[in-house]
Design a binder for this molecule. Structure first.
Ligand code: PLP
Length: 384
C-alpha cells in the first residue's frame, strides 16, 4: 500500500469533510470504480447532462450500461432539472450531477427528484473543487463524488482522480475493487508523468499554453508522453490498463496541492469577480447566478458570436482560450453515435458547444491576463 497515496486520500477526505477517499489514475477511473461498486451493469441506464466529456461517458459504456442525456440549463450549463423526470425509466440506476465549469447544479431540486424516484446521485466534481451550494461543499450531497486532477482541472497531479463517499457500504465495495482489481501504474509511465509535471511548472503560462498544448498533443499521438486521453478512449470498449490507481509521485504532488487549496480557491473567486467586472463595464450581459450558488470556477465560460474566429485569434493575441465543450460529448472527434447521442437530442447543449469559450482562472493568470482575454472576447462580440 502506497503511503503517499494514503496521505493524499486522508488530506483530501479531511478537506472535503467526508470519511472515505480513494485515489485513482484519473477522474474517469474514479467514476468507473464508483459505478462498478454500485453494481451498475448491462442494461442499466445512467442519466448525464448532454454537455460533458466523452471520458465521463466511457465508464458507463465499459460497464455495459446506457448513457441517457438530458439537456442543460443555458445559464448554468448544468443538467436542466425540469427535464430529468422525463428521462427516468425503470432501468435508470444513477443520476450524475456534473457541476459544469464549477457552477453548482440545482441540488435541492435534483435531490428531491432522486428521493422521490429512489435513485442515487453521484456528483461529478471534476470541475468544481471548493464550489458551494447553499453553504455546503459540492461533493457532499450525493452518495459519492469523483474528482479530477488533470492538467487543466482545479489543481493538477498531471493526471489523477479521486472517488469520495460518506457511505460505509459503498466505500467497502470501492475498497475491495481498489485492493483486489486495480493495478499500480507502470514505472515508466509514472516516471514520464513526473517529468511532465516539472515541464508544466516551468513552461506553462497563459501566453505559452496554446503552443505547449499543440506540442503536447503531438507528443501524445507519437506515444512519447502520458496523454490525458488515448485514441483507444474514443471507442466505448475499455482499453487494457484502464483500471489503475494513483502513483506515489502523483499522490505526493496532490498532497502538496491540498496545502495550497485555500489560496487556489480564493484566487479563482477573485478572477471570477475580475471577469464579471471587466465584461459588465464593457456593457456585456453577465446574468447573476442565484445567490445561494457560490461557484469556484475552473474556467470562466463566456458565449461569443464566432467561436471559430475566437479560437483562431487567441494564440496570436497570447490568450489561453479554452474550447470545452466542443460538442455534447467533448471533444469534436467523439463518434457521437457510438455513445448513444443523436444530434438534436440536447439543443441547448449543442448551442452552448457552438458558442461557449472559456478563460483562465488559475493562479498563473492574473488581472493582466483577464484584461487581455476580455479584450479578445469583446473584439469577437456577443451572441445576438
Ligand atoms: C466534466 C468532466 N468529468 C470527468 C472528466 C474526466 O476526468 P479525467 O480526465 O481526470 O479522467 C472530465 C475531463 O476529462 C470532465 O471534463
Amino acid at each position: 500500500m502506497s503511503q503517499a497515496r494514503r496521505h493524499f486520500e486522508q488530506a483530501f477526505a479531511q478537506w472535503l469533510g467526508m470519511p472515505y477517499a480513494f485515489a485513482f489514475w484519473k477522474g474517469r477511473v474514479a467514476m468507473y470504480a464508483i459505478l462498478r461498486a454500485m453494481g451498475v451493469g448491462e442494461g442499466d441506464e445512467v442519466i448525464l447532462p448532454g454537455y460533458t466529456c466523452v471520458m465521463d461517458v466511457n465508464p458507463v459504456k465499459y460497464l455495459g450500461a446506457k448513457p441517457v442525456y438530458v439537456d442543460i440549463d443555458p445559464q448554468t450549463y448544468n443538467i436542466d432539472v425540469s427535464r430529468i423526470e422525463q428521462a427516468i425509466t425503470p432501468r435508470t440506476k444513477v443520476l450524475v450531477a456534473q457541476h459544469t465549469y464549477g457552477i453548482p447544479c440545482e441540488m435541492d431540486a435534483l435531490l428531491d427528484i432522486a428521493k422521490r424516484k429512489g435513485l442515487p446521485v453521484i456528483e461529478d466534481c471534476c470541475l468544481a473543487m471548493g464550489s458551494m451550494y447553499k453553504g455546503r461543499l459540492c461533493g457532499t450531497f450525493g452518495l459519492a463524488a469523483y474528482w479530477s486532477f488533470q492538467w487543466n482541472k482545479p489543481f493538477t497531479t498531471g493526471v489523477g482522480g479521486m472517488a469520495t463517499t460518506g457511505d460505509a457500504a459503498l466505500a467497502g465495495k470501492i475498497d475491495e475493487l481498489y485492493r483486489l482489481h486495480a493495478q499500480e501504474p507502470a514505472f515508466p509511465t509514472a516516471w514520464m508523468l513526473s517529468l511532465q509535471r516539472v515541464a508544466y511548472r516551468l513552461l506553462i503560462y497563459p501566453r505559452t499554453t496554446a503552443l505547449a498544448t499543440s506540442l503536447f498533443r503531438w507528443l501524445t499521438r507519437k506515444g512519447v508522453v502520458v496523454g490525458s486521453s488515448s485514441q483507444a478512449e474514443f471507442t466505448p470498449q475499455m482499453p487494457g490498463g484502464f483500471f489503475t490507481l494513483m502513483g506515489q509521485a502523483q499522490a505526493r504532488a496532490g498532497r502538496s496541492q491540498i496545502g495550497k487549496l485555500l489560496a487556489n480557491i480564493a484566487h479563482r473567486r477573485r478572477m471570477q469577480r475580475v471577469y464579471d467586472d471587466l465584461l459588465r463595464q464593457a456593457g456585456w450581459p453577465v446574468p447573476p447566478l442565484p445567490p445561494y450558488m457560490d461557484p469556484v470556477l475552473v474556467r470562466y465560460p463566456v458565449r461569443v458570436a464566432d467561436k471559430t474566429r475566437a479560437i483562431a485569434e487567441a494564440p496570436k493575441a497570447g490568450v489561453e482560450l479554452g474550447t470545452w465543450f466542443e460538442c455534447p460529448l467533448h471533444p469534436r472527434e467523439t463518434p457521437l453515435d457510438l455513445y448513444d447521442y443523436q444530434t438534436g437530442l440536447c439543443p441547448q447543449a449543442e448551442q452552448a458547444a457552438r458558442e461557449v469559450v472559456n478563460l483562465p482562472t488559475h493562479r498563473r493568470a492574473g488581472e493582466h491576463t483577464a484584461r487581455r482575454s476580455v479584450e479578445l472576447v469583446l473584439g469577437i462580440g456577443q451572441v445576438k
